[in-house]
Design a protein. Structure first.
Length: 491
């Protein structure tokens, strides 16, 4: 790998640029961006492409991140050719129930003939493994580098970047935004953008959510219409239809030439952003997270416990006697703020009262933190030669643990499309079309669960109980649901 440190100069200011510096440029070196870079650099069809990876952080910062994340068995299957962390804890059974009401369902790995349904690991562990895999490739990694708004051109994209106060402009055939941050970061970014627009300012990104933030694709420079329309015409011709099916891959660009995003009229940017379809929902909940220990552990069992306040998830993380669990406790923001002020003992006592005694007492908690919960999902993944994947395309409620898994499937499908069509708008249009069904089903299911199981309404609790019980007596339905969560929809 060509490791680009802050002291390294790749393109001299004012120097004559080549036609393209890179074939594919990826902004965001989280798990999704790293996996995309690693897969592209290893596939026989794409390994000759020049690939750039840009991230505002140092890899060491991400590797030190102690947060727990859950990945499905399907995600493990596609990650293993790169690097799979040795400290992952298998989830072999998922127990779903609701506090104070009847109804529960069990999902067991044996029902599906799999070694596990999913795995729990530290965010830092998965980043470390993927970073090592990328280091062994020719990928150019720009560390501690922020990206500004891209400039769409007839045959490529120019991306201004800044490293240690020095600005460079990279030309790339395809630009991939793979960073998006948490819902709270995106909400704040959206507020800043609206404030800037009202005051005639420019929306220039850096650090978190460099290209997309709250409205990922809406913040991208507008697409040259000819590129976009040609790509969809080619796609329609190849697939034998007229292309006007309203699927996720269709982008409606305004007439006229592409313009410089940094210097566009703010009012025009604002009106343009309104035309970009996006789903956004604030669930009015905050997630309290940390690592807890219990007195009566049940190793390799994950728990999803729905309470009147919101869901509580406990994910096995191993530890001594398998007693450590990653906690995600969803509750009202005011309750989250109050609980943040509690001592550990007081916090654990309230957690025990909310969750129940299925695993004995909660004896310890480490790494307490919180973040707001919401949905941000764009309907249009592609604008000409710019594509959004992972959290740049969708940020989901953690109720079903689908955010990272959906992002990894995005990246894997994008690699397939680039292998088939090369770094072209046609490849991106193909990718968007093929991702439409999986995204629609996963985002819709997660949003439905988040709303259905977070409403404290007695008749609805009865319906939830009936639904959970019905799953136990309808194996085909339970199997279909489990396989959607593990593997998604692939075409």
């Amino acid at each position: 790998m060509n490791d680009v440190s802050p002291s390294t100069v790749i393109l001299k200011p004012g120097a004559q640029q080549q036609a393209f510096d890179f074939d594919v440029t990826i902004v965001g070196a989280g798990p999704v961006g790293l996996a995309l870079a690693g897969w592209l650099a290893r596939r026989s069809v794409t390994r000759e492409l020049k690939i750039a990876l840009i991230d505002a952080r140092e890899p060491e910062d991400s590797i030190a991140d102690p947060r727990a994340i859950a990945v499905s068995h399907g995600s493990r299957m596609i990650l293993e050719p790169l690097r799979w962390p040795a400290d992952a804890t298998a989830i072999q059974r998922i127990h779903v129930s609701q506090r104070g009401h009847f109804g529960r369902t069990l999902i067991d790995h044996g029902e599906h003939g799999l070694p596990a349904l999913g795995y729990v690991l530290r965010y830092g562990s998965i980043v470390h493994g993927l970073a090592e895999a990328v280091h062994a490739t020719p990928v150019h990694w720009f560390r501690s580098t922020s990206a500004a708004a891209p400039v769409e051109e007839e045959d490529g994209v120019t991306l201004p970047i800044e490293t240690a106060g020095v600005t460079r402009r990279l030309r790339t055939r395809i630009l991939v935004s793979a960073e998006g941050g948490l819902f709270g970061d995106q909400k704040a970014a959206k507020h800043r953008d609206r404030h800037a627009e009202r005051h005639g300012g420019q929306r220039v990104s850096g650090g978190e959510s460099a290209l997309h933030a709250a409205q990922p694709v809406a913040r991208i420079a507008r697409v040259e219409p000819a590129d976009d329309e040609t790509a969809h015409a080619q796609l329609a011709a190849r697939d034998g239809h007229d292309g006007h099916d309203g699927n996720d891959g269709r982008s409606e660009a305004p007439s006229g030439a592409a313009h410089h995003a940094n210097h566009a009229n703010p009012a025009h940017q604002q009106s343009t952003a309104r035309r970009d379809k996006a789903s956004s929902r604030d669930y009015g909940q905050t997630a309290l997270v940390g690592t807890v220990s219990v007195s009566a552990p049940q190793p390799h069992v994950a728990w999803e416990r729905f309470t009147p306040e919101g869901p509580i998830a406990l994910l096995p993380m191993g530890g001594v006697r398998g007693a450590d669990y990653a906690l995600v406790w969803c509750c009202a923001p005011e309750e989250a703020a109050r609980r943040a002020q509690l001592s550990d003992d007081e916090f654990l006592r309230e957690l025990g009262e909310a969750f129940g005694g299925r695993m004995g007492r909660f004896t310890q908690i480490k790494g307490r933190a919180s973040f707001p919960l919401g949905l941000n999902a764009v309907d249009t993944l592609v604008r000409g030669r710019v594509v959004a994947i992972g959290n740049a395309a969708q940020t989901l409620h953690p109720v079903a643990g689908q955010g990272l898994n959906l992002g990894l499937r995005d990246a894997h499908a994008l690699v397939d499309a680039l292998c088939a069509e090369g770094p072209t708008p046609l490849a991106l249009a193909t990718f968007a079309q093929r991702r439409a069904l999986d995204r629609r089903m996963t985002i819709g299911a997660t949003d439905t669960l988040a709303r259905l199981f977070t409403v404290d309404f007695a008749p609805l609790a009865v319906l939830r109980g009936l639904a959970l019980t019905a799953l136990e007596f309808a194996p085909p339905v339970k199997t279909a649901l489990a396989r959607q969560m593990m593997f998604g929809q692939r075409r």
